[in-house]
Ligand binder design. Structure first.
Ligand code: GDP
Length: 434
């Protein structure tokens, strides 16, 4: 398994010069698939990868990562930029008026209470107003949550006149000296014209500072239509993405953001009123890409692996004059990146893979063996006869069979590299890149 681990390190060292359409193709394909399976609208996914491709071609590849990893990193950064555009802050003088809109079941009522709780923590005195006149249960639900969080509450169970209820809520807020009013409006299973008309009227009457669309994070491709309709009618000021505690990857947010430009302001991460956070674009980007943590792997590699050193090593590999001294320094580079297990854990699809318990110890032993050799021996391992091997084993505190094993592995590696150098190794090279 030492060879496997080394293989990984070597992959990171291959001397790919620049990103090109060819060496990026696979990575881009993977990313597009990741976006689609995260429910990103196909048009958005296509435009996004095309733009990233145009950006990537011609870029220098950091020698210590594969082009694939580098592309993922560029895509991640672009995704963070796109998702993070605009402000997550709520704007408006006190009393701050916020209108919550969205489809039925998106988490509107829950998010109304969650937002009230969060604003209360920030020093506001919030009042929540029930403007869903079609479902008495929704009014009750909001009342229970408001009482639980000690928020002001307004409802008029006898009225069906939503704009009038809104205005009455403003008066009630004034009386109660509340300085923040959150209107929970009605939702439907699907967008319909009557609903939109009603919410538009309410908006005109209460003049909210913020109109926030609540979107279920698991909403698929239709997210775009939902958001567009609401945005065209109401000029949304922000999005709240809910149910991010589930399996949903939240791709709908990217589609909505790309098409409407409306910033994401908060995310819901559970059923409890405390499960609510200010939006962090980097977290959502990693989630949408579903790429394990390639990004931090790339960052780590860029930080710790010495570029010049890596270049020298790549050159040696090309010439197949890699010796045990190089092997040692290679191993030390890998060690600088952190524990083997944590590096493996950051690789996509590998997070569940456990290394044998003694992998790290093995590496330590290998290091000790090489360190017990003279410089000459490291450079020309073929001079290692029985006597020398025994001396090295004693020096490293290991059995001579371990020294033999290491030398055998090393010979195999050298053979492999000679094959690559011979030019017959295209297929092998490809395997190493995989
Ligand atoms: P509304 O019809 O849009 O007002 O939706 P509700 O607020 O009634 O929420 C619908 C369901 O989704 C309820 O069972 C909520 O508990 C649940 N819900 C809302 N937000 C979240 C969330 O962030 N995570 C999870 N797991 N459930 C949520």
């Amino acid at each position: 398994s030492l060879t496997d681990k080394l293989g990984q390190a070597l992959r990171n060292l291959r001397g790919v010069g620049k990103l090109s359409d060819e060496n990026m193709a696979d990575a881009l394909k993977e990313v597009r698939t990741a976006l689609l399976s995260a429910d990103v609208h196909f048009k958005v996914a296509r435009e996004f990868t095309e733009r990233v491709q145009a950006q990537c071609v011609g870029q220098e590849v950091t020698k210590s990562v594969t082009p694939g990893q580098q592309v993922v990193k560029i895509i991640h950064d672009e995704l963070v930029r796109l998702l993070g555009e605009g402000t997550t802050q709520l704007s408006g003088a006190r009393p701050l008026k916020i209108m919550m809109v969205g489809l039925h079941g998106s988490g509107k009522t829950t998010s109304t209470a969650k937002l009230g709780k969060l604003l209360k923590k920030r020093g506001y005195r919030p009042l929540v107003a029930a403007c869903d006149v079609y479902r008495p249960a929704a009014i009750d639900q909001l009342e229970i949550l408001a009482r639980q969080e000690e928020l002001g509450f307004y409802a008029d169970r006898n009225s069906k006149d939503v704009p009038a209820i809104g205005v009455a809520a403003l008066t009630a807020a004034q009386t109660a000296t509340a300085d923040c009013i959150i209107f929970d409006t009605a939702g439907r299973l699907q967008i319909d014209a009557d609903l939109i008309e009603e919410v538009k009227k309410l908006r005109a009457r209460v003049q909210p500072d913020e109109v926030l669309l609540v979107v279920d994070g698991a909403l698929g491709q239709e997210a775009v239509n939902v958001a567009k309709t609401f945005h065209d009618a109401l000029s949304l000021t922000g999005l709240i993405l809910t149910k991010l505690d589930g399996d949903a990857r939240g791709g709908a947010a990217l589609s909505i953001k790309s098409i409407t430009g409306v910033p994401i302001k908060f995310v819901g991460t559970g059923e409890k009123t405390g499960d609510f956070e200010v939006f962090h674009p980097d977290r959502l980007a990693s989630r949408i890409l579903g790429m394990g943590d390639v990004v931090s792997l790339v960052e780590k590699a860029q930080e710790t692996i010495d570029e010049k050193e890596a270049e020298k090593m790549a050159e040696k590999l090309r010439k197949a004059d890699f010796n045990l001294e190089d092997f040692l320094s290679q191993m030390q580079q890998v060690k600088k990146m952190g524990s083997m297990q944590s590096i493996i854990g950051m690789m996509p699809g590998m997070s569940g893979v456990a290394l044998p318990d003694d992998a790290e110890r093995q590496m330590g032993r290998t290091e000790a063996i090489i360190k017990s050799m003279t410089i000459q021996e490291r450079r020309k391992p073929e001079i290692l006869n029985g006597n020398r091997r025994q001396r090295i084993a004693n020096g490293a505190g290991v059995k001579i069979v371990e020294v033999n094993q290491l030398l055998k592995q090393f010979q195999q590696m050298q053979k492999m590299m000679k094959m690559l150098k011979g030019g017959g190794g295209k297929k092998m090279m490809r395997q190493m890149e995989a």
